[in-house]
Design a protein around this ligand. Sequence first.
Ligand code: CP
Length: 308
Amino acid sequence: MQTQLSTKHLLGIKYITKEDIELIFSTADEFKDVINRPIKKVPSLRDVTIANIFFENSTRTRISFELAERRLSADVVNFAASSSSVSKGETLLDTVNNILAMKVDMVVMRHPAPGAHHFLAKHIDANIINAGDGTHEHPTQALLDAYSIKEKLGSVEGKNIVIVGDIFHSRVALSNIFCLKKLGANVKVCGPATLIPRYITSLGVEVEYDIRKALQWCDVANVLRIQLERQDIKYIPSLREYSLYYGINKSLLQEINKDIVIMHPGPINRGVELTSDVADSGQSIILDQVENGVAIRMAVLYLLAGKK
Ligand code: CP
C-alpha cells in the first residue's frame, strides 16, 4: 500500500488519486482513535508552523483545522482578512510572503477566488491546503463526507449518492463528485434546473429534477445550503418555493419509507433545505461529519508535512 501522498499540496480532489484518498482515510482511522483518547495530543508536527488564512467566513473548517493542528502539536497562527492589512490594499502574494517570512511551513487558506491556491502554489514553497476557493473546490469537506459514508455504510464503492440543492454555486458539490466518483460511487445531482450547471453530466453524474425519485434511488442524500451570498441574480422565485419542491422534511422521508442517510456540510438553513426533525434525527450523520473532519484534517496535515 502507498505510504506517501502523490502531491505536496491539497489544491483539490481533482488533483489527487484514489490511492491518495485511501491513504488519507487509513491515516484518519488512526487519528480518530487518538482524538477519542483522554490525552488527545500527539507530537507528530512538533516544530511545524501552520498559518490559517481565511479571506471568507468559516465556523467548522477554521475550528476543525486549528484543532487538528493543535492535536498534532503544531505551532498555529490565525489570520482573518477582515482584521488585516488586506483592507489597506495589500495583494494576496504580498500578504502570504510576509507571513512566510516569519518561517511558516504550511498554509491553510480559504479564499473567494477560484484558483487562488494554484496561484500561490506557483509562487511559494510552503505546503498549501485549500480550505475552500469560491465556487471551485473544498477538498477536505469532500474527504470527510466520503469518510463518513464509508464509516456508516462500510464502503463508498457501489453506493447511490444524491447531492441535493444549489449545485451551481457549491464547491462542496464539485469536490464531492470528484471524490465519490474516484471511490466508485454512483452519483446523481438533484435541484432546480437554474441551480444545476450544464457541464455537470460531463463529470459522470446524472441529473434528477424530482426529489422523490432522487430519494427513492439513493442510499445517501448530501443536502447543500442555498448560497444566497453567491447569487448575483434570482435563481429561484423564493426560499419558500424552493423548500416546497426540494426541502427534505420528516413527512417526505416517511412517504419514501427507505433508510436513507442524511448529510449536510453546514451551515444549515433550517426549514429551507432540511427541517429540524430531519437534521436532528437518527438518519442524520451531520455531527459525525464534523467529528470526522478533525481526524481527516489531521491526516492531511500529517501526510503533507512529510512532502517538501
Ligand atoms: N462546511 C463548511 O465549510 O463550513 P464553514 O463555512 O463553517 O467552514
